[in-house]
Structures are given as C-alpha cells and as structure tokens.
Design a protein around this ligand. Structure first.
Ligand code: DQA
Length: 143
C-alpha cells in the first residue's frame, strides 16, 4: 500500500503559525508521527508540502504515475479556492481523504467551502494532527 500525504501552503509553519488554532507541534513532528505510524503498519508513505498551487497539482499527477493507492490532502487555504486541485484529484482518480487540523466548520464563512471535498471520500476536521492518522487508516483499512 502506497500513500501520499500532501500538505498545502503554510502547513510547513506548524508550531509557529497561530498555535491557538493549529497547536504547538511542528511540521517535522507531524511527519515523524506519520512515518512512525506507517512504518508500524507496513505502509509505504511519502509526505510532500508546498506553498504553490501548481506544485500540488504536479504532485497529485505524479501520484498516478507512481501508482499511489491513496492520497491524504490538507490543501490549506487552497481548500477554499482551488478548482485546479479538485480537477487534479478527479484526473488521477486515486481514493483521497481531506484533512483539516482546525475546526474549519466553526471558523470564518470563507472557510466553509471546500472544492476538494467534491472529490474526497471523507473529510476529517478539528482533530489536530491525529486527523492525518485517521485519514491514513481510512485509506488503508477502509475505516
Ligand atoms: C487548514 C484550514 C484552512 O482554512 C487554512 O487556510 C489552513 C489550514 C487546517 O488544517 O485547519 O491553512 O486547512
């Protein structure tokens, strides 16, 4: 089982950015937690982050050629603006789960739309970094 974990803009700033909302753990903490979990489960995981929309589109397209089985995606602010990310997910047709660290549904009105949610089979919000683990388990075990 091959999983790609994709993080969008400003998620590299975890631990620094708005800790009241996103917590004190860093992006490196997140990646260690994911790698440890996937190692235990025998999942081949790759974690990528970019602040650039086109890079994220390229990574999703590359997942098709790399025969990735599942994508966990937190598109950051591109969640609320990017039809290109939605189209990229549709293009590769790889099962995907959307993750948001914060409770987006309880935040500003501009955060209430998610384009990728039109494609993703599940959306996990407000569970902090554990949401990524839940997303991986969903893709790996179907739960
Ligand atoms: C986020 C929520 C988005 O609204 C925000 O732009 C982010 C992070 C989250 O993980 O809660 O960058 O996706």
């Amino acid at each position: 089982m091959k999983i790609l974990v994709l993080n969008g803009p400003n998620l590299n700033m975890l631990g620094i950015r708005e800790p009241g909302i996103y917590g004190h753990e860093t992006y490196e903490d997140l990646i260690s937690m994911i790698e440890e979990h996937c190692n235990d489960k025998g999942i081949d995981v790759k974690c990528l982050q970019s602040n650039h929309e086109g890079d994220l589109v390229d990574y999703i397209q590359q997942a098709y050629f790399d025969k990735v089985d599942g994508i966990v995606i937190n598109p950051g602010a591109y969640t609320h603006t990017s039809v290109a990310l939605l189209d990229a997910l549709k293009a590769v047709s790889i099962p995907a789960v959307e993750v948001h660290i914060s409770k987006v549904n309880e935040r500003e009105s501009f955060r209430q739309i998610s384009y990728v949610s039109y494609y993703c089979e599940k959306t996990i919000t407000g569970k902090g970094l554990r949401g990524y683990i839940e997303a991986i388990d969903h893709l790996a075990d179907g739960k």
